[in-house]
Design a protein around this ligand. Structure first.
Ligand SMILES: CC(C)(COP(=O)(O)OP(=O)(O)OC[C@H]1O[C@@H](n2cnc3c(N)ncnc32)[C@H](O)[C@@H]1OP(=O)(O)O)[C@@H](O)C(=O)NCCC(=O)NCCS
Length: 191
């Protein structure tokens, strides 16, 4: 799949993330998320979950599980007799194979959580984030999810605008959700 550069930049190619992307994604994670960045171990768990067992590793996952409990949905990380990956992780590559962004989805029962959309600062404003988000939402639909949820920092105007442009609307707030005490806006999109 290719992202829509809308004439502003070369197209990016989207492909599933793998453990070989760990170092690059860890660097982008640090540059994008600051004090809220996933540790290398947490990121490894997200990518490992894509190809093997589903693991819980991050605050976002705990929030998703809380929501699942609130809505009566069961955590179904593993099907009987086999592993059912609950994560989907995708990277965006420029021509030449340079990874410039990535995104992670958690699908639990019929609800999908957008855990991450991150684009390296040097490559923003060219449609990469929009392409990554669209890919996550398409995957959520393929998995039979009927809604997508996410948290975004209230002051994070770029991400909030991106999510609103995709159709997400705010359904609540989580006070002091992020490091440093920043509130999160909880947003939802029916699929
Ligand atoms: C949010 C983020 C992923 C956007 O990535 P991007 O590649 O620059 O976004 P795009 O170029 O695809 O823009 C998509 C839409 O986002 C919004 N947007 C992006 N940058 C914006 C900015 N600086 N100000 C306002 N809106 C902005 C716009 O609605 C834009 O659509 P438009 O170009 O038609 O106006 C990027 O800024 C980022 O990685 N931020 C840090 C990580 C983060 O906060 N992630 C979200 C929470 S996990």
């Amino acid at each position: 799949m290719t992202g829509d550069g809308v004439g502003r930049a070369p197209l990016v190619t989207l492909r599933p993330a793998s453990v070989s992307d760990l170092v690059t994604l860890g660097d982008i994670e640090q540059r994008c998320m600051g004090p809220d960045a996933w540790s290398r171990e947490a990121l490894a768990a997200e990518l490992g979950a894509e190809t093997s067992a589903a693991e819980t590793s991050a605050a976002e996952t705990r929030a998703a599980e809380t929501r699942a409990a609130e809505t009566g949905a069961a955590e179904t990380g593993a099907d009987e007799g086999g592993v059912r990956p609950t994560r989907y992780a995708v990277v965006a590559e420029r021509p030449g194979g340079v990874v410039v962004g990535y995104a992670v989805l958690l699908a639990v029962a019929t609800t999908a959580d957008v855990l991450r959309v991150a684009v390296d600062p040097a490559h923003r404003g060219r449609g990469v984030g929009r392409a990554l988000l669209a890919d996550l939402l398409a995957e959520a639909s393929r998995r039979g999810c009927d809604a997508a949820l996410l948290e975004v920092g209230v002051p994070n105007s770029a991400a909030t605008a991106m999510y609103r442009a995709a159709g997400f609307t705010e359904i609540g707030r989580r006070p002091r959700y992020y490091a440093g005490g920043t509130d999160a806006s909880v947003m939802r999109l029916p699929l």
